[in-house]
Design a protein around this ligand. Sequence first.
Ligand code: BES
Ligand code: MN
Ligand code: ZN
Length: 488
Amino acid sequence: MIIKDSFSKFTNISKFSGCIAFFTNEKLEITHLKKYLNFSDHKNLTVLLKNKSKNKKKGLLSFDLNPNQKIILIPLKKNQKSNETEKLGAKLTDFLKSEGAEVTHIVSDTISVNLKPDAIYEFLHGMRLKSYSFDRYKSKKESNSLKVNIISSKKFNKKIYDKFKAIELGVNYTKDLVSEPGNILHPDEYAKRLTQLKKIGLKVSVYNEKQLKKMGCNALVGVGQGSIRGSYLVTLEWRGKKSNSKPLAFVGKGVCFDTGGISLKPARFMEDMTYDMAGSAVVVGLMKNLALRKSKVNAVGVVGLVENMPGGNAQRPGDIVKSYSGKTIEVLNTDAEGRLVLADAITFTEKKFKPSLIVDLATLTGAIVVALGSEYAGLFSNNDNLSKQIHEAGEKVEEKAWRLPLHSNYDKLMNSKNADMQNINYVGGAGSTTAAQFLQRFILNKTPWAHLDIAGMAFSKYAGALNSSGATGYGVRLLNKFIEDNYE
Ligand code: BES
Ligand code: MN
Ligand code: ZN
């Protein structure tokens, strides 16, 4: 559903047709609506409400006032959290979608029964996040458009509105990238799309395969060598601070499709591996958001873009590659490719940008889905403070992350007889930790670092509170909050 919003002053409710939404307190009291409804309508509504509230329905209530007007009551808790207000907005979107509504008026002033007036922007944010759908490849578009008219006596707050809009555009861009199938969004196309972000003020640099080989990024290049597409490292820089202070760095796994390579995956659910570039898409969506809202922070996004295919030139199990860091890796399983891409991307980021911290995101292991399902991302970090900041931001926006251990004792599981390390653990167990422990070896200068394993979070067959089914955009709002709360 495409939401087109407008803001206007209150005139007279009888002029509005379609859905008209009011906020109330939790008890669904409506005395404060006398101001907006004529005497008989208010009385009718009181009667309808009496009958309906007997079956104690939670959430929104709707009433047909007459054939042209449907009243929607939205109960608010006292000083409820932003997150709950957003979720109520999402509920309204769902309701309007199921009604096939084309127009809705929201009487914004009534939000003051229990919240500050600006909470209306949070409500609208939730409405719009929930309205996303990906129907680019459907001849018949499902997404009708919905006119949302916010009726308010307050001055339109452009600053808050624009901030939320930037987050939405970032999240939706991430969702678009994740939703694209592997035949469309291969590394060549992905790199090309990223160069277009120059338009919004990001500095974009693309390193192609030839350059990467020359630089010694053989771990990354090795993953892509079985594909007819190129392999890339793309950096996106945002300078929002006047000072030349060290940037925050965000690194993402961008495996446009993961067949497993020569260590081929089974056919069932292999199609899911089209979202194996979600980590990179989060980094891109986050950077887009920072640029759009002109965030007062210095940040850099780095993504490694490859396609993991079993071609004639594909990497073999047992191959040994020398990474950008100089460390050698024995590739025992070509399906443990994400860590190979990230290894080079992380060392490159640390060396080139000297960031104050690095957060990487990747759909890295199936094991994290076993451990945490689709409720929490796995969080691994060499720094307690950084870990705490990410955890707290996640709780606030309900993109949750749970810390799991790193420990040098796990290192021996990844040591190789023939090289400095191997890319899988043959003993078994702790699949997500050993992967994280592998990544940690590519932080060379003790930079505070956190790794988010989002394999269980990036995509969902079911709708969530703020998402329709499909790509979730998990991570963009989390990292935006992390930056907003700690670095702006
Ligand atoms: N992209 C997968 C991980 C994954 C699994 C993401 C399920 C999303 C959903 C990753 O490249 C992979 O194949 N990991 C292997 C590692 C193993 C070979 C050590 C895995 O988890 O099985
Ligand atoms: Mn894999
Ligand atoms: Zn993968």
